[in-house]
Every structure is written in structure tokens, then in C-alpha cells.
Design a protein around this ligand. Structure first.
Ligand code: GGG
Length: 368
């Protein structure tokens, strides 16, 4: 039996509501595994309330505390009382950098029952993954302001591209394309997203590293797309995508679009991976705290539940992770199953979570 120690950080807004459902489903999977694995959880109330009380989003030793866990399940960040550049920097960006979660994996799969905004796209037709560089690039905390508050004010924000950072993320993406091809889910194709025509230092470097690494993967068809062309093709012909690799900012923007293309951010999960496994990885829905619907009990929990499934998969509880995927697909594809308003239903967040948990309980395989 394996024991996985999980740090649970619901965060702000709807993060609390959807993480409660994710935990419900994880517990159902744990129970149904018949003791194959257990989850030992600790909840950390590090969020906007914590900031109001202490002046920080997490304690000074927060990252060191989290380092002692096998994985982190995170909800959302965003509280009107905290400047957004502070709340994001002191939570998700701090975890990604501090715990070397250098790979942000964001799958986009069009499932039966998901409200795809594109005409004529069928379930199963869209299935791609964006591999987002997660610790440097445009989100590196380098820059400053001078002459603040005057008409001469200057703000400088630098993007950082290191050889180590670019090589490891691009190589990871090629390996993923190879794995997906072997498993029969991918076409064996990789697109490197860049903007090297306009950003002639960092992005030219990114592209050069990509050109070098693609030589190692003659079995994978690869090409580059400028980020603007990648946005257009994600709308026009997302079925042509398999694996995309992009810098931090481009990956962030592209994956909101990807989420919407396959039904909305309510169904977009994400894994912030430390592939070297020398620190915990963090799993979260792509969506933020959605203050407009927070506390109403109508947030869509699919993304957070799927993020929980990604976490189990990363921890090696493969059968349980697959059971969560099957339960999500079965609830989503069932016109009579509860759905939240963003998916055209009238159900509450907890009703959707109950239904998925019940179906996980019914289908999880022993031995996870
Ligand atoms: N659950 C993810 C979340 O709260 N995201 C808010 C956000 O601003 N994310 C920026 C990012 O993922 O880099």
C-alpha cells in the first residue's frame, strides 16, 4: 500500500468550492481502491483571508513546508482585497519557481457533452496538450520602475530564457509527443510556439534550442508556429494539434484559449510538474477564483476533479486516475446527469461532485 501526503490549498473564491469536490472524488477513488493507496491530507488556509490577517499569502516558510509533501492540490488565486500581482506571485508563481515545477502540462480534449463553441467539431476530434515552460520566460521576476508616479515613469520587465530552461521543456515536449504516439493517442507531432520574428533575443534563442533538440527526435514531425498563428489555428483547426510547447506567457494565454475551445475553463485541468521529482508537483484547475460566482455553489468542478485525477496519475495510482477520467466522461456525456449552469444545467457544484464520486466508486479498479 502506498501513502501519498497531499497538501491541499483551496485558495480563493470558487477554489474552495471546487477543491471540496475534487477531494470528495479523490476520497471515493481511495476507498474504492480497496487500500491500494491512501491519501494523507493537510489543508493550508493560505489565501486572501490569510493575507488580510498577516500581510502575506503564505507564511515565510510556506514553500519549505510544502516541500515536505508528495503533491499539492491547489484551487484558485484572486481576492479583490489583494493586488493581483502580489497574490499570484506569492502563491502559484512562488510554488512553481520554489519547487522547480518547470513543466506546466495543460491537456485539451473535446469530450462528449462538453459545450464546444466551434462549429462541426466532434468529441474525440480535438486532443492536444500544451507544454508550458513554468519557471522563467516572461514570468521571471526581473524588472523595476523608476520615477514612479511622475510623467517620466519607466517600467522595465525582462523575459529570461536559459539554455537549461529551454532545453528541458522542449525535450520534455518531444518525449511526450513520442509517448502519445506510442500509446496511439497522438500523431507524433510537435509544434514549437514562438515569436522570434519580433523578439530577437529570447525568442530567437528559444527557436535555436528547438532547432537543435528536434535533431534528437527524427521520429517526431515538428515545426514552429508564431504564437499569433497558433491562436488562429487553435480556433480554425485544433484537430491538427498534438503537442505544443511554449514559453510561460504564450503557454498561459494559449491554454485559456485551448480550454474554451474544448468547452470552457470549467473543464480545463493542469499539472505543474517537477519532472525531476525532487519536490512536490502541484495540480490545479486552469481557471481562477471567479469572484462573480464565488459562494453561489454553482462553480463547475470538472476541472478541479480532473486535476485531482492528473495528480493520482503522477503519483502512480494509475487505475484510480483512469477511473476518475472514466467517471468524468460518463457524467459529462450523460444528458441526465447533473451539470452546472455554464454547461447548460441547473445543478449545484456539490451535486456534480457527488455524481462523479458515485461513478468513481462504481468503476475504480483495484490495485491502483
Ligand atoms: N487555478 C489557477 C489560478 O488561480 N490561476 C490564476 C492566474 O492568474 N494564473 C496565472 C498562471 O497560471 O500563470
Amino acid at each position: 500500500m502506498s501513502t501519498h501526503r497531499i497538501a491541499v490549498m483551496p485558495g480563493d473564491g470558487i477554489g474552495r468550492e471546487v477543491i471540496a469536490e475534487s477531494m470528495k472524488v479523490l476520497r471515493a477513488a481511495e476507498k474504492a481502491s480497496g487500500g491500494a493507496f491512501t491519501l494523507e491530507t493537510t489543508e493550508f488556509p493560505w489565501n486572501g483571508d490569510f493575507y488580510v490577517k498577516t500581510g502575506r499569502m503564505m507564511p515565510e516558510d510556506g514553500i519549505e513546508t510544502l516541500r515536505g509533501y508528495d503533491a499539492i492540490l491547489f484551487g484558485a488565486v484572486g481576492d479583490a482585497r489583494v493586488p493581483e500581482h502580489i497574490s499570484v506571485a506569492q502563491t502559484i508563481l512562488a510554488m512553481r519557481r520554489g519547487l522547480d515545477q518547470w513543466c506546466n502540462l495543460r491537456p485539451a480534449r473535446l469530450l462528449k457533452g462538453a459545450p464546444c463553441p466551434l462549429k462541426d467539431k466532434q468529441p474525440g476530434q480535438i486532443d492536444f496538450v500544451v507544454v508550458r515552460e513554468n519557471t522563467e520566460g516572461e514570468y521571471a521576476d526581473i524588472g523595476g520602475n523608476v520615477f514612479a508616479g511622475t510623467s517620466n515613469e519607466v517600467a522595465v520587465q525582462s523575459a529570461v530564457f536559459t539554455r537549461r530552461g529551454c532545453e528541458r521543456i522542449i525535450r520534455y515536449a518531444f518525449e511526450l509527443a513520442r509517448k502519445r504516439k506510442k500509446e496511439g493517442v497522438g500523431k507524433g507531432e510537435l509544434i514549437s510556439v514562438s515569436k522570434h520574428n519580433a523578439q530577437r533575443h529570447g525568442q530567437v534563442f528559444w527557436n535555436r534550442v528547438y532547432e537543435e533538440i528536434r535533431e534528437e527526435y527524427p521520429d517526431i514531425r515538428s515545426r514552429f508556429l508564431y504564437v499569433d498563428a497558433a491562436c488562429m489555428d487553435m480556433v480554425r483547426k485544433p484537430e491538427t494539434f498534438d503537442v505544443l510547447v511554449a514559453s510561460n506567457l504564450f503557454g498561459d494565454i494559449l491554454t485559456d484559449l485551448a480550454g474554451v475551445v474544448v468547452g470552457g475553463l470549467g473543464i480545463a485541468p493542469s499539472g505543474n510538474l517537477n519532472p525531476d521529482r525532487n519536490g512536490p508537483s502541484m495540480f490545479e484547475p486552469v481557471h481562477g477564483s471567479a469572484p462573480d460566482i464565488a459562494g453561489k455553489g454553482i462553480a463547475n468542478p470538472f476541472a478541479a476533479i480532473m486535476a485531482g485525477g492528473m495528480m493520482l496519475d503522477f503519483l502512480g495510482a494509475t487505475a484510480a486516475a483512469q477511473a476518475i477520467t472514466r467517471a468524468v466522461e460518463s457524467v459529462l456525456g450523460d444528458p441526465n446527469a447533473p451539470k452546472t449552469p455554464d454547461f447548460g444545467g441547473k445543478a449545484r457544484t456539490s451535486e456534480v461532485g457527488d455524481e462523479i464520486a458515485a461513478r468513481v466508486g462504481a468503476t475504480v479498479a483495484k490495485g491502483a
